[in-house]
Each structure stands twice: as C-alpha cells, then as structure tokens.
Design a protein around this ligand. Sequence first.
Ligand SMILES: Nc1ncnc2c1ncn2[C@@H]1O[C@H](COP(=O)(O)OP(=O)(O)O)[C@@H](O)[C@H]1O
Ligand SMILES: [Mg+2]
Length: 462
Amino acid sequence: MANQNSKLRRKEKDVEHRLYVLVQIGHHLVTAGTLELNDSGAEFSAQFTYAPNYLDQAQQGKAFALDPVNLPLRATPFQSTSRFYRLGALFDAAPDAWGRTVMAADAGVSPTSLSESQVLLKGKGSGVGAILFSPVEPQSETLAVDATAHLPGIGDLDAIYETIHAIESGAQVDPELRDMLMSSWDIGGARPKVVVVDNQGQEWIVKFPRTIDTYSRQRVEWANLKMAEAIDIRIPEIGLHELNTGDCALLVKRFDRTRDPETPTKILRNHYLSAVSLISPPANFDKRQLDSAFGASIFSYARIASVIRQVGENITRDLPELFARMVLNILVHNTDDHLKNTGFLLSANSTGYRYRLSPLFDVVTQEGTTKHMLHIGPGLAGQPNAGRIGSLENALAGSRSWGIKPKAAREIVDQVSAAVANRVQFYKEAGMTQEEIDLVQRWVSADATSNDLPVVSSKPRG
Ligand SMILES: Nc1ncnc2c1ncn2[C@@H]1O[C@H](COP(=O)(O)OP(=O)(O)O)[C@@H](O)[C@H]1O
Ligand SMILES: [Mg+2]
C-alpha cells in the first residue's frame, strides 16, 4: 500500500517541462532550440529540437551544431534517456554533485530529489561553456549579456569557505552568504567551489579543501598543473590563495570566458563540450563492462584520441598533447581521469567550426591503488582486464593505435618523466610541508622515479 501511495505521489509530480536552450554567439544570446524534459521519479527522458531560425543561421555559417557528432544540424528531434547520451552538450552546462548539494541545502531537500528541469532552470548562467536555459521564449534573440554582476570577489573567499563548511555539516547558513555560493552553483564537478570575478572583470573558479582531505589537494593540483606547463601542456592561469584558517584555495582562470574588449562589463562565453558528451556512452552501459573491450571502446584515452581526429582543429598538436596528459596522469597518480575531466573548446575559423582540447584541469594525485577511470592501453600479455592499469608499458603499447610512432611516444614519456622527477621542487613552491610531501609521494607512481623503461616493440600490436 505504502508503495502504491509513493507511486501515486510520483505520478502526480509527473510534469513535462519545456525549456528554451540559449547559446551565446559573439555578443548575442541566440535561441538554439527547445528541450522537453520528463524527469519524474526514476524515469528520465529528454528531447531536443533545433529552432528553425537557428538552423537558418547555421546554414549561413553564423551558428554551429551544439555537438557536431551527436547533434548535427537537422529539423527532426533528438531523444535520450540519459544526461550523458546524445544530449550531453546541454547537460555540460548543468551542475554536478557540488552544485546540487548547494541547491538542495538551499531548498532543504536531498540532492537526489531535485528534478533535472529544476536544476537546469535554477542555473545562473555560470555553467561551463556558452549554453543557458530559460523557461520562457526570449522575446529578442539578442539579449544583453552581463554575467559578472552577481559574482562575489576574491575578498569574499574566507566568508565563502565558512559557508561551505556550514553546508557540508548541515548547519544553518546566513542567506546573504548562501547567495554568494548560489551565484555559480551551475559550475560542474563534485568538490566545493565557487566562481569569483577579479578587479579586472575576469572570472576564476575557486576550489576549496574538504575537512576529510589528508593533504592539500589544492597545492598538489597547483604543482601537477605546473609540471604540465613545464612540458608545454596548455593549462589555465592558476594561483593559490591562503585562507584565514591556514588552509589554501586554488584559483583557476576560466578558459571559457573572456571580457569583451569593447564593452568591458560584458562577458563573452565560448562553447565547450566535455569528452563524455562527444563520446556519448549508451544509457544502459553497465559499469561491470568497464574492463571489457566494449568498455575500452568508450572509456579510454584512445577513444578521446579518435574524437580529436574527428572534430579536432589541430590534430597534430592535440593528439601528442593528449598522450602527454595521459602519461602525466599515470606518473602523478591521477586515477580520477574520467571523461568529464577532459574537454574541448569551439574554435571558429574560415573553414568552419572545429574543436581544440581545452586547457588542462583537475589533475589531482589520488590516494589508493585503484585503476584509472579510463583505459590507458591494451593491457599487457598475461594480464587479463588490465587496460586501465596505469603503467608506462601499457601507455606505450597503445601509442601506435593513436598514430603516434614508438619513438615519438617514448620521447613524450621521457619529457613528462623528467618534469615529474622534479616534483618535490614544485611541491615546495606550492607551499607543501615535508609531511604532506611524504604523504603524496606514497601514491605517486613508482614509474615516476624509474629511468628503466621497457624497450618498445616496433611491431604493431594486434
Ligand atoms: N579553467 C576552467 N574554465 C572553465 N571551466 C572549467 C575550468 N576548469 C574546470 N572547468 C569546468 O568545471 C568543472 C569542474 O572543475 P574540476 O576542476 O573538474 O572540479 P572537481 O574537482 O570538482 O571535479 C569541469 O568539469 C569543467 O566543466
Ligand atoms: Mg572534475
């Protein structure tokens, strides 16, 4: 009976929501299409249809497919029963676990009870990329865009940090402070964060510690990103901000926002697609298939490499850079390298719309000895289900299938290894204590200190 009642209650809540999907192109917010959402209870279904006007604009080269692989420009609708399948481009602009935690705290409900349409409509236009949502059809296709007006500043970070602690421990929060967090709750990721604007009007993502952290993940992320920079991997501008508590926050300049040089109060948004959106895993993917060949065909660096070949603007630069990012993740033991932690930025030029790998982000040394989230290589002979093992042998064994010659792959490995061999210097520059350094070193790959790499076979692998 109780079951029946809850089913009924869920039925009553069944509402179809229609949202307008807007995309900022240059100075203008343009209606790209409509999103019909049915997100009652356990069920989720969504349908996106491009607006006829948008398709006309695209024909004239003035607008682009929101996802060139999964949402090609056409008049017929696109359907999905998952946030990640086919319509991922739209959900990239929505919050993940952290934003939902803040929203739920604000509404006094559990994060899982929030519906997808609530989540999208409560967005503040701070989500990654150029997409926003509206419950009503905008009257004009050229709305003014002023995104920074509501954002807190760097001087607010101590107060915001206190608020984050309060939210995490379920305590009451001053509404004014909560507003500061809510102003950017649509930025993704699971860790506590906020978007701030600096004195020059530039936007930064600020990543805070959690009380359960055993070392400063902010300092480690800073050090890892600096190692990446030392080997020419593109990173955003970053900085460390010491908080009053003695903790430290990581500031990461947004790569998807620029100020309009002609109207400095206006912000330009650049369209962004995560690797998970472009790859679009089937809605019914079962995690137990992760280590199989089918799992590898979706959740692997090799698959991201094939996406670069498909949509890349600078394939010869981005393919080796992706390989270097993978090797760095192995050596600094960043096993949390899931498909949302790689992204692409739209690049428009005279030949059309293509994509570049976005600058690197979220490279944090992880505790424990779990496998990587993505397949690194084919796995080595005699090791079943070993594609996700983070060894340089595994990485090198797969490089040929990316179109990278063994010698070039080996050079990349040597370059990344040299930067990571200097890691203590970077840790010290980041202000880590010796105790913290020792703790982090426990998890950093043994390969990072070894010069004794395997000889690469020049025969292609089957
Ligand atoms: N520099 C940046 N500019 C714009 N968006 C970013 C930047 N860095 C990260 N993002 C976006 O914010 C999300 C969360 O950031 P991330 O560093 O991955 O945080 P978390 O550690 O919580 O996963 C990313 O998935 C990406 O969509
Ligand atoms: Mg992340």
